[in-house]
Each structure stands twice: as C-alpha cells, then as structure tokens.
Design a protein around this ligand. Structure first.
Ligand code: NAD
Length: 464
C-alpha cells in the first residue's frame, strides 16, 4: 500500500470553496430526501470498503482489524443510518410556549443549515473522527469540506479516493495537505469550523475563525484523570476496564485514561490487579506474541514518549517493553505530581499511578489542573459519586468504566474549559451545523392592541 498522500493544490482549495458555497446558495443540500440519500451513501461507503479502511488504519497506526471495526467502521455505519432515520424529527421546527398576548404571532424556531462548513480532523482515530461530525453537517443540510490529518496518510488518501465515488462532489469534498493547505482553508470564509486536535493548533484555528466571525467547535485533548475508590469498588474489574481503555490505539485517544489516583493503602492492591489484568489480556506478553496492540504513529511521537519515560522518577511495574514503533502499556507507580509524565497529556500507552491520602486530595488535584475532557471514577459509593459531581468539572464524568461515553450517541460529547467547546455525536452534531432561526409574524390586525407603544410616549397611554 502506497503511503503517498496527494496534497490538494492551493488553487483547487479555492475552487472547492466556491463550488460548495454556490451549491449552498442554490439550495442543493436543503431537501431532506437529498440529505437522506447522502447519509445512506456514506453508510454504504463504509460498509462496502471496510477491508480497505481496516488496511489503511493498520498501515497508519498498526490497529487490529477488530479494534477498527469496534471503534471506527461499525459506529460510522450505525450513526449514518441513525442520522438518516432521524432527519424528519431533528429538522422539525419548534413552537415555543409564549405568553397569551403573543399567541397570534406564530412564534416558530426553524432549523436552518448554516452554510458551507470546514472540518479538520486529527490522525489518532482518523476514520471515525473524520466522519462522525461530517454526517452532522450532511444531516443539517450544509455542504462540507473535510481536511484529514496528513499524519495518517493512508486513511487520508482513502477518504479522498472514496468520497467522489459515493457522495455528491458538488457538496461534499476532501482536501488533503499539511500546514500550508490548512492555512489556506482557514483563510476562507466558512459558516462553521469543526476542529479536532491539540490545543496548540486549536488556538491557531480559533484566531483564523475570529477573522470572519465564524462559529467554531474545538474538540481538544486533556489529561483525563481516573480515581479508583478502592474501598467501594471491585479493584479487579476497575483494573481490567482501565487497562482495556488504555491499550486501545496504544493510548493515542483523547479519552484515554491519562493517570490513576488511588489511596496509599490500596496502591499495592491496584498494582497487583493491573498485573493480573495484563496477564489475562496477553498471557505471552503484548508485544512479541500478540498482534492486538497498535503502534505509535511516528518517530517524533515515539521519541516524545521515550523522553517522558526517561525523565520520570516513577517505577515501571507493569509492561514497559518496546519493539520498533510498538510500545506496550507501561504502568508506573509512586508518581509525584511534578513528574515528567504528569506535565502534558501523555497521549500514549504510559499510565502513571499517583498515590493520594483520600478522595478529597484526588478532587483537589483535578481542580488545580486544566479542565479535563473526561473524569473517570471507579466507585459504588453514592457519597463519592456526589463529591465528584458537585466538586469537579469536565466534558464528561464516567463512573465505573472507560470509553463507554463514546457509545452513547444520545449525549453530547465535547470538552469544557481547556479541553474545548461545542460538542458532537448524533443530534448534537446536527445541532452544531444548524442555525436556530427565530421567526414571528405580528398580525396587521393586531395594531389597535399595540397603539400604546407609539410616540408620543405618555404614562396615560401605558396605563390604558
Ligand atoms: P494533528 O497533528 O493531526 O493535527 C490536527 C489537524 O490540524 C490536522 O488535520 C493537521 O493537518 C492540522 N494542523 C496541524 N498544524 C496546523 C497548523 N499550524 N495550522 C493549521 N492546521 C494545522 O493532530 P494532533 O493535534 O496531534 O491531535 C492529537 C490531539 O487531538 C490530542 O491532544 C488529542 O487529545 C486531541 N483529540 C481530541 C479529540 C476530541 O474529540 N476531543 C479527538 C481526537 C484527538
């Protein structure tokens, strides 16, 4: 499989922008039957090419076919069909409850497509993160340009090859490239920009969006903490679920558990539970005898992770092996808050365990750090649950599992504070690309009732 990614010429980007904008103005993407057909075509694109998609994701990230099916292709097919089936309901205008004296004004909220939109996606879950928000744009009636990440070149090229075979090129396009091409896209006027990636580029995107006063969604990363309330949970199950979440895509996922806090007196028990989970998942080791574990995306990211580990004072107690670009889950114990692995989102298979005095110290640590995309808590205590609900903030709060918030497309998925703003999944993706246009029609015949508001102003008139 060729790793060559064809970058879109700059003049081509301008041309695409003109085509998408004209298609919107001509009303091409508005009819529900059109949107439905394009959504079903998107489902077909995934279904009919799942082998090619699995091969591309494997070439980019070494991901096992089962993992790509579980986290990327299956959710994309299910959600495209769900969007198509929900169109009638989602696009229905709303009649708000108004006070009696405005009852004849026909107050209505219409769900209008915003216009031609731009979606910029990252390399780490390159297929699903490109398509799940994209289907929100189709459902909302917006023409859309997708810019996949050049760091997942096989997936990016496959998307560019498949789009014109299934979707209407007058409305839905892929353009590839790196900084120069993306900068060109960002210089154009879009009706919404949906960016998923790191905060550094997020700031660049936000500045570019501000130039045209373009509404923006920022889906960013964070250090997502885990607290294991060892007295009130099954430590073996907690360790298994955390280990499972950490090994998906070798920890290169925005919702990957980043560090684990546990009370000092339960540290040994948690380490031993992680050892048991590791042996159950990979009896002969996760590197040499298993093909389940993916690879670190490139040499630069591998060097970043190796450097982080080299500077850490934590002791490796589980995993820690490497083979070329593959790095297994590496659990470190007795990690202090100022350790190298606690500086930034580790975005790899490294999992530090930070011992704490009690639940209150865990909450204090979370509150003192930038707002996370997810807070994970393993507990069956109502008191602990209430403490986290009332005293921490994050995009999502997930109890007793990792990752499963992504399976609930009926809820918004997005960040808070430094982990971003806006949200997606299911109807929330649709809402992102819709403008809620308010409408009233004040009857001419009602004028006698409105006489009191006209000048000359007088208290007498008001008292009438
Ligand atoms: P990346 O390097 O692939 O960059 C993301 C996109 O930005 C790419 O399409 C890239 O071409 C573009 N880009 C890069 N530099 C640019 C520049 N100077 N100007 C304009 N565009 C530019 O991905 P990344 O940033 O390494 O992604 C990883 C981050 O994304 C992690 O922090 C992760 O947590 C986060 N993430 C968040 C979510 C979420 O849903 N919240 C999902 C996945 C990843």
């Amino acid at each position: 499989m060729s790793p060559e990614l064809k970058y879109s010429p700059i003049e081509e980007i301008e041309k695409i922008h003109t085509i998408l904008t004209s298609s919107f103005l001509a009303g091409l993407t508005r009819p529900l039957a059109y949107r439905r057909k394009q959504l079903l075509q998107l489902a077909r694109l995934v279904q009919e090419n799942d082998d090619a998609i699995e091969a591309a994701v494997f070439a980019d990230l070494g991901a096992a076919a089962f993992e790509t099916a579980l986290t990327q292709t299956a959710p994309c097919v299910a959600q495209a069909i769900r969007c198509a089936d929900s169109l009638e309901e989602w696009t229905k205008s709303e009649k708000p409850q108004v006070e009696d004296w405005k009852a004849s004004w026909d107050a209505t909220v219409y769900k209008e497509p915003k216009g031609a939109v731009l979606l910029i996606s990252p390399w780490n879950v390159p297929f699903a993160i490109s398509l799940l928000p994209f289907m929100g744009a189709i459902a909302a009636g917006c023409p859309a340009l997708l810019k996949p990440s050049e760091l997942a070149p096989h997936t990016a090229q496959l998307l560019a090859d498949l789009f014109p075979k299934y979707l209407d090129p007058s409305a839905y396009r892929v353009a590839n490239g790196a900084v120069i091409e993306t900068t060109k896209m960002l210089s154009l006027k879009w009706s919404h920009i949906f960016y998923t990636g790191g905060i550094k580029v997020g700031r660049i995107v936000a500045k570019a969006a501000a130039e045209h006063v373009t509404p923006l969604t920022l889906e960013l990363g964070s250090k997502s903490p885990v607290f294991v309330d060892a007295q009130h949970t099954d430590i073996a199950v907690a360790a298994r679920r955390i280990m499972w979440g950490k090994q998906i895509n070798a920890g290169q996922v925005c919702v990957s558990p980043d560090y684990v806090m546990v009370t000092k007196d339960h540290l040994d028990a948690l380490v031993s539970a992680f050892e048991t989970a590791y042996k159950a998942f990979w009896p002969d080791g996760s590197i040499s005898s298993s093909s389940d574990l993916g690879k670190i995306v490139n040499a630069a990211h591998l060097a970043r992770l190796k450097d982080m580990l080299a500077r850490s004072e934590g002791k490796v107690v589980v995993g820690g092996k490497r083979d070329g670009q593959r790095m297994e889950v590496t659990i470190l114990r007795d990690v202090q808050l100022d350790d190298a692995v606690m500086e930034d989102e580790n975005f790899g298979p490294i999992l530090p365990i930070v011992p704490v005095e009690d639940v209150n110290e865990a909450i204090k640590i979370i509150r003192e750090r930038p707002t996370a995309l997810v807070v994970y808590v393993f507990t069956e205590s109502e008191d602990t649950k209430e403490k986290f609900l009332g005293n921490t903030s994050s995009g999502s709060l997930v109890l007793n599992d990792t990752f499963q918030q992504l399976a609930v497309h009926e809820m918004p998925f997005g960040g808070q504070g430094e982990s971003g703003y806006g949200c997606c999944l299911g109807k929330y993706s649709f809402d992102t690309f819709c403008h809620k246009r308010s409408y009233i029609n004040v009857p001419i015949a009602a004028d006698p009732h409105l006489q009191f508001r006209y000048p000359p102003y007088s208290l007498t008139a008001y008292e009438m």
